[in-house]
Design a protein around this ligand. Sequence first.
Ligand code: AMP
Ligand code: MG
Length: 409
Amino acid sequence: MRDACATPGLLSLEDALIKILDALPDAERYEQVSLRQSLGRVLSTNIHSAINVPSFRNSYMDGYALHSDDQDKASLTLIGTSWAGKPYTGKVARGECVRIFTGAYVPDCCDCVAMQENVQRENDYIKITPWPVHHENIRDTADDTAEGQELLAQGTLLGAAEIGLLASCAIVDVSVFQRLTVGFFSTGDELVSMGSKLELGQIYDSNRYTLHALLTEAGITAIDMGVIPDTPEDVENALLSASKHCDAIITSGGVSVGEADFITDVLGKIGRINFWKIAIKPGKPFVFGSVGNALFFGLPGNPVSVAISFQQLLLPAFKKLMGHKKEHSPLTLQATVSQTIYKQPGRTEFQRGIAENINGTLVVNSTGNQGSHVLSSMTKANCLIILEQGSGDIEKGQTVNIQLLGNSL
Ligand code: AMP
Ligand code: MG
């Protein structure tokens, strides 16, 4: 049986993503921020190192710095100590050695460090077994990064590793693309905010919380614009006001074909509809367009559809707008299905799954009820099972593609 919601000619997920990305401008606006403030920001320039790291030859181990071709000597004479931060700068003649600690300067004339576990010391004399080879336990100048070398390229997302690397080269502040400002609101007369008691037919608005979290995780300034009643006038006013101060607007609900679904009508009147509806499940009634200078993403109301369409379509769009260099292509893994997964051909489907490593094989099972209202399925899942548009049921033992879900979607 074919998927009843897969009307012919629906835009595929891939084509929808291409249409969105093609319509977006490249990131241009940038600002200077201090290194500590740069977490989660995207570099707007390439960054080069002005120094070598490390800037001097130093020891990998606690031990003794010496000449590797002194092996014929019965013992070596200890003549000083090179501490981390307090280098030994004197000469070290043949037959001599210096005590040295990890990270300490290796005197120029020494060519190796014997680790202390291999050394027997008596007063100021040492014997070593086994004898170290040339260059053993030495970290060379510029082992990590060389002066003039490109450290990070424009478009790099700054995380802890990148910030640490920049700090090691004393880069005090960086030029990053400006944050995006995204306004979002929910539509639906059934929606009630927390704190009020539910009357018959009402539900709590969860989408605004999900969207706030997703946007914040993506490093975007998220502006919660509340709940808008299901009337064309209210929707129009909200869109016009959001378009004045947001780079993009997200709505949830009201994009379907029901009598209370006004988003597309209003968008057609005051803005531009680029496309409406795509062949994905959940998330079919998705609309992309613009109002004034703001991009517009109209998501369906069902909470799982919101999460999936954000991950598959909005996140790549926002990454492009924020200047990310890397294409948004979540890593796809192959997993073996442990129980039949039911699917009707017609739409690309994202089922919530639980993947496990069973004796070295990646095995996946669905979380159970896949209704797009079942938000608890998102919290049980550690992956999304991606079922291709044309595929039907997947039998136990067949392989499917999965995308792992981390902290963020
Ligand atoms: P709609 O897309 O407006 O037809 O809504 C589809 C389903 O999602 C309905 O069951 C709504 O009650 C539900 N829904 C809409 N908006 C929200 C929201 N903000 N939070 C939770 N559920 C919602
Ligand atoms: Mg609605």
